[in-house]
Design a protein around this ligand. Structure first.
Ligand code: MG
Ligand code: MG
Length: 249
């Protein structure tokens, strides 16, 4: 069941989203060669707690840290570590969630560490633009499949792998609510969007194969061919004529 949020709930979700956006603003400055992914997680956790929220991912299903930090071939759910020091040419996807008064904000962004290759730049740009291609279809009365199809069709001409095992999702009291939002699909199919639905839309795109595997820590998900992967995500609310991004300042 897709829960419609009241304007009171949307205000709380917006505050959660603002806190996540504050973290990403700081990450733009903090991501650089020589910093560990654990340090990035600690910076985000401090910002989240200073704003009277809690990190949504810490303890979620046993996840040990505040954010997911997925470097290079890691697609999602990378565990921050003091041993993982970012180096020039890496790309890192930081997925950040904050819970404010029981409501979650969820947003992921891929960052370049120093200067990166043109190929990696393209991968990141296409994934970012695919998110916005999907968002452009969001409005009351549209089908969810219109959004999924727009994301998939945007990526297709580039020949990148669209991850199928992980999807976007509804967001609210729970970090993951209905519906699952695939990053490929068919227009005119799936649930009809209504004003007040809150959705996290999040294309995950691999430079090579779409296939992934999960490492023995049960979290870290990598591309099967070790190609790099990018991830962009916003939490948004469906409006009559479009959408409003909640994970923004
Ligand atoms: Mg996320
Ligand atoms: Mg998400």
């Amino acid at each position: 069941m897709i829960i419609i949020k009241s304007e009171r709930e949307i205000a709380l979700l917006k505050e959660a989203g603002r806190i996540v956006a504050l973290c990403h603003e700081q990450m733009k400055k903090s991501v650089r060669p020589g910093i560990s992914t654990l340090e990035l997680s600690h910076i985000c956790e401090r910002i989240i707690r200073e704003n009277n929220a809690t990190p949504s991912f810490k303890g979620y299903g046993g996840f040990p840290e505040a954010i997911c930090a997925s470097v290079n071939e890691v697609v999602v759910h990378g565990i921050p570590s003091k041993k993982q020091i970012l180096k020039e040419g890496d790309i890192v996807a930081l997925d950040i969630g904050a819970c404010y008064k029981g409501y979650h904000g969820d947003s992921a962004w891929s960052y370049a560490v120093g200067s990166i290759s043109h190929k990696d730049q393209l991968l990141m740009q296409v994934t970012h633009d695919a998110l916005f291609a999907g968002l452009s279809k969001v409005r009351e009365g549209a089908h969810l499949g219109d959004v999924s199809a727009a994301i998939g069709e945007y990526i297709k001409p580039y020949g990148f792998g669209i991850v199928e095992q992980f999807t976007g999702h509804g967001v609210g009291h729970d970090l993951h609510e209905d519906p699952a939002i695939f990053n490929f699909g068919t227009p005119g199919t799936g649930p009809i969007l209504k004003e007040g639905m809150v959705l996290a839309i999040e294309p995950m795109v691999n430079a090579g194969t779409k296939n992934v595997r999960i490492l023995s820590d049960q979290w870290t998900t990598v591309t099967k061919d070790n190609s790099k992967s990018a991830h962009f995500e916003h939490t948004i609310v469906v409006r009559k004529d479009g959408y409003e991004i909640l994970t923004t300042l």
